[in-house]
Ligand binder design. Sequence first.
Ligand code: 5AD
Ligand code: SF4
Length: 457
Amino acid sequence: MTDATKKVYVKSYGCQMNVYDAQRMADVLAPEGFVETSDMAAADLVVLNTCHIREKAAEKVYSELGRVRAVKRERAAGGLDTRIVVAGCVAQAEGGEILRRARDVDLVVGPQSYHRLPSLLAEAQVKPGIVDTDFPAEAKFDALPAPTREKTLARGVSAFLTVQEGCDKFCTFCVVPYTRGAEASRPVAAILEEAGRLAAAGIREVTLLGQNVNAWHGAGEAESWTLGRLLHAVADIPGIERIRYTTSHPRDMDGELIAAHRDLPQLMPYLHLPVQSGSDAILDAMNRRHTRDDYRRIVDAVRAARPDIALSSDFIVGFPGETDADFADTMRLIEEVGFCAAFSFKYSPRPGTPASDLAGQVPEPVKAERLSALQALVDRQQKAFNAATVGRTVDVLLEKPGRHPGQLAGKSPYLQAVHIDGDGAAVGDIVPVTITALGSNSLFGPRADVAARKESA
Ligand code: 5AD
Ligand code: SF4
């Protein structure tokens, strides 16, 4: 018999794949009688799904564990037990070190073994302080139970679907090849089955996820399949109106994928294609294995296929050896390409990565200055991009109630946040909206179809 009153609180840090993993952890715990709660103080089990990409992200775990410990003490005073799990990439990277720094932790579980959570929790019940950071041979995804339709839809009309994990690129700054392991693609059948299940539950948009999503490839009979082909197959599933994918590497932007942007109306005109730097010397030192010109050529090809595509990128400033001239090259590349958005970071030396040992580490104030200059430039580009949407009519997928009564909030094809006055629409609808106003973080406008009906009445 399971005890249906147990509650689990899962908090996720970092990337979208962690959000997906956190959902799957809740799925694997559901048959054990765990119900999700958003209130840590109500939780019998607290799971922190952590991120190791930069030092700041990794250190957050320990401050959060301090808060969890306080909650645990309070609950203990009321006679309630609280168990603590550290999952995700810090778990993978630091393993037993976490138990030494935070003795209250019952279980440390890496991103490739969380399907074992039920048995690990049972083990930890007898002997707290279990560490499982294996890369097991059995397929994690095969072992994960599917959530119910209701639960799927409760997570929103736009869903993540991991198709690929890990990375073989070994950029010299990055921990991902160590925390997530080697590149591995999920089989076509499993992906289409999951996408079909999402569609049947009422999901309208799927975002295919992978650390190197465009390195995804089929196996066995589908050996010749690339991501471009997979996108076509997902688009054929009735109910899936919108498809996105992230994150891509420039080296894997092949012709079939670029053509999909031309041929597939369901594929949203948005591409997150991190370049990291605009300097060839730095790209080389980062082991990116492409030049700034390669990147420009890819962007040109993608824009030729889909002229209105919105581009975003990741940038690192202050990589070891980055000179003022290198940084100027990055700024020039941004000017030349034109982005709708970007994530930018100060280089953070990570244990075990080659770049952390390089000479020429850039002083913190220089990093800070470069970061704010870069962010100001991207910010101007983002504002210009949003301003150019005013006056246009764009299809908006409505995802949730807006801030004000009657309002609904959703996303444009270009991933812009849009608020509308409900006007009879519901979450999950895709409605044409004429953008009339620009807020700091959102666009506003009336439904174009309702306005047209009112005019003709
Ligand atoms: N320091 C700063 N930023 C990093 N990223 C990855 N590793 C580091 C690091 N050591 C950034 C890259 C990557 C994004 C997910 O995080 O820009 O694309
Ligand atoms: Fe990290 Fe580079 Fe792999 Fe991206 S491609 S996950 S930045 S090693």
